[in-house]
Design a protein around this ligand. Structure first.
Ligand code: ADP
Ligand code: MG
Length: 697
């Protein structure tokens, strides 16, 4: 293994390489763009493009690609070679500033939600200089934003960049008002913890449900699940350890700061956490991480499952979005400090976040909604579908004190006495964690825990940034002309906390009591994507995005339609896959087994009428009954799936229909299928069992 410090970033056109390879003036101009968001000159772009190309070619690259994040939910790329015709039929390797800045993939097949008719195929990708270019598979990857010919936003990166810009502008204005004149830029930071499953490719290849939908649509539970809790933080198996080590190396080469890895709760489930970065880079890196996970798994004869719920009965996978805000002077604005009761700046930002989460809880809920995540939220393994905030004992007490005008005393950090001489004593955190909360304060950042494992984190982050920016802008307006600023801040903070305390909940989010309590508090509880998504286009939400210049009303409607259609398509694929598995394999397998039992019983009786055929006939009877129901239910599912076409012109209604009717039938069909799996001889069952898959690595 190469030295890690040398390996790190070796495939990235990072700051060090830019300094080495760019003329000083070009380097300075580029840095200004990256740091302050200043527009880039074409001569600078030409010089950067040339240096990038020289480096890439030295590294063995023949191609480059603009890499973007259309609304499909995965990344897209189109590769062009550097070759350029020269004299005498020769070629040279060329890459111009224009090619670096602008790409023109045929956009007609990317979802646009009706913004752009397919005949207007033009879409542009634009270089995002704030996220460094990198090399994969002999290709130079250039992170880009994606928009239509007429300028409509068609991707996830553009709104994220705009929201970061907007938050920076309003936060800087506010901080300057507070006297922090040296602050000129504020950045949001994100550290996403990524969960995933790792299974053997041999079992995966035999499961059409995993292949087509990413999750098992049938499958009786294995005798052992996660009940012994022996997998969580358990020692890592050799084969998995080899994968993880390979994965770390690949990610480090790409400049992704992969830091923590461990086994998760469910068998075959694991987690990887990087060191946080700016929201933009964290998003690109998380997309890269998911792709590299899949490719690295293949090399090890494994498959990495990123679906939110690949297996029923054991935990699914999520993603924790650790989020904070920091200044160009290196200050974390969510650091309460030793005396948060006197830290008005911290209180102001905290109040903005509390107000934002309360007023836009629906947006936070719907941004994590997906067909896959519908299986997790509220299933006592992920936070519930009700969005609330956990502040911890210390901060919770501070908020109470502010609301009631009482004294506040911090517990401070308490010494933890281990009681064993050879173990060092250490400082205990001031409050324990609440693992059940969807949005928890964890010392100097918030952890948004409701994300699904496969989600592109750009969406939750641009929503979060936008809503907080909007509140900060309101605060600025209220405070900017105050004669006595500290008093004005105290008044504002007290009012906001009082009005929005309903969003704070420190108890057990999994309890039945909380569902009732949340209802009394008027909090939303949207159980599925169609329920949540209906609120995307509520006027207050449209106004939020338009007012802050993130996306237009038309673009919001487009996104709304894309999400709903995507959901309906996913459920349709699942239903069709189930029907296919039922008709082509499960039903024939059970018939075959019943037939075998019948033959066996007959043969026995021929030998002697005295032989008992109790076992054979009992199983035949049970299986025949269930099989009849199974065949009827398959037909019902088929009819229901066909019926969905009736709602084709109303995406919300169609998604609702898939959820209520189609999905319910799928669940019922599964119960019947799984019950037959339990009674059918393994040699007859057409698919690897949960035991084979979950304990196969
Ligand atoms: P947990 O105990 O929640 O599993 P981890 O240490 O695994 O915690 O993950 C915490 C994540 O939070 C890491 O990715 C870390 O880099 C990130 N993080 C720490 N500080 C910040 C911050 N200021 N902004 C954003 N993310 C942060
Ligand atoms: Mg966490």
């Amino acid at each position: 293994m190469a030295n890690v410090t040398e390996l790190f970033g070796s495939m990235v056109f990072d700051d060090r390489k830019m300094q080495e390879r760019l003329p000083r003036t070009t380097y300075k101009a580029l840095k200004k763009t990256i740091k302050n968001g200043e527009p880039l000159d074409i001569s600078v772009a030409n010089a950067v493009a040339n240096a990038m190309k020289d480096w890439a070619v030295e590294m063995g690259c023949t191609h480059y690609t603009h890499w973007f994040q259309p609304m499909t939910g995965i990344t897209a790329e189109k590769h062009d070679s550097f070759i350029y015709p020269a004299e005498d039929g020769q070629i040279i390797m060329e890459f111009s500033g224009k090619e670096l800045i602008k790409g023109e993939p045929d956009a007609s097949s990317f979802p646009s939600g009706g913004i752009r008719a397919t005949f207007e195929a033009r879409g542009y990708t634009t270089w995002d200089p704030t996220s460094p270019a990198f090399i994969r598979d002999k290709t130079l990857y250039i992170p880009t934003a994606f928009c239509s010919y007429t300028g409509e936003v068609l991707d996830k990166k553009t709104p994220l960049l705009r929201s970061m810009e907007r938050l920076s502008n309003v936060a800087v204005a506010l901080l300057q008002l507070l006297g922090k004149t040296e602050v000129t830029r504020v950045t949001t930071t994100v550290g996403p913890e990524q969960e995933y499953f790792l299974i053997d490719k041999k079992t995966y290849d035999q499961r059409p449900d995993l292949l087509f939908t990413g999750r098992t649509l049938f499958g009786a539970p294995a005798p052992k699940g996660q009940e012994l809790e022996d997998h969580y933080f358990g020692s890592i198996k050799t084969r998995v350890a080899a994968f993880m080590s390979d994965l770390d190396q690949e990610l480090w080469k790409l400049g992704v700061m992969a830091k923590t890895k461990h086994n998760e709760v469910a068998p075959s489930q694991h987690e990887l956490a990087p060191i946080f970065a700016t929201s933009n880079i964290a998003t690109d890196h998380n997309e890269l991480t998911m792709e590299v996970m899949k490719k690295t798994a293949e090399k090890h004869g494994l498959v990495c499952l990123l679906h939110e719920k690949p297996f029923a009965g054991v935990n699914g996978s999520g993603k924790h979005n650790n989020w904070s805000i920091s200044t160009n002077t290196g200050e974390n604005l969510l650091e309460p400090g030793k005396t948060p009761e006197n830290n008005l700046q911290f209180q102001l930002f905290l109040a903005a976040i509390i107000k934002a989460v309360h007023e836009y809880q629906d947006l936070l809920r719907l941004t994590v909604a997906s067909a896959g995540n519908d299986h997790r939220l509220g299933a006592n393994e992920a936070p519930p579908a009700i969005i609330s905030m956990y502040l911890g004992d210390d901060l919770g007490a501070l908020v109470e004190a502010i609301i009631h005008g009482t004294d506040y005393r911090s517990n401070g950090k308490v010494n933890m006495l281990t009681g064993v001489d050879v173990l060092p004593d250490f400082k205990k955190d001031t409050s324990d964690r609440n693992r059940t909360s969807p949005f928890a304060f964890t010392g100097n950042k918030f952890e948004f825990r409701a994300l699904g494992s496969s989600l592109n984190i750009a969406c939750p982050n641009y929503m979060l940034n936008t809503m907080v920016a909007d509140e900060l802008a309101q605060f600025y307006e209220e405070l900017k002309d105050a004669d006595d600023l500290p008093t004005a801040i105290k008044t504002l903070v007290k009012r906001v906390l009082t009005e929005h305390q309903a969003i704070i909940f420190n108890g057990d989010n999994y309890s039945e009591e909380w569902v009732r309590e949340a209802e009394r508090r008027g909090l939303c509880n949207y159980r599925s994507l169609p329920e949540a998504m209906a609120h995307y286009i509520d006027q207050k939400n449209v106004d939020l995005f338009v007012r802050n210049g993130i996306v237009t009303e038309e673009e919001i409607h487009a996104r709304y339609e894309i999400e709903l259609e995507h959901y309906s398509k996913q459920l349709r694929i699942e239903a069709l896959t189930m029907i296919d598995m039922a008709e082509k394999n499960i039903t024939p397998a059970v018939i075959g087994f019943v037939n075998k039992l019948s033959e066996a019983a007959l043969a026995k009786k021929q030998l002697s009428a005295a032989y008992s055929v109790y076992a054979e006939t009992t199983i035949i009877e049970e299986l025949s009954k269930t099989l009849e129901e199974f065949v009827k239910k398959t037909a019902a599912l088929k009819a229901a799936t066909d019926n969905a076409a009736l709602y084709a012109d109303d995406p919300l209604r169609q998604a609702g229909y898939y959820r209520e009717t189609v999905f319910t039938l799928m669940e019922e069909l599964r119960v019947l299928g799984d019950s037959m799996e339990r009674k059918t001889a393994k040699s007859y069952w057409p698919y690897p069992s949960y035991g084979d898959i979950l304990f196969g690595v």
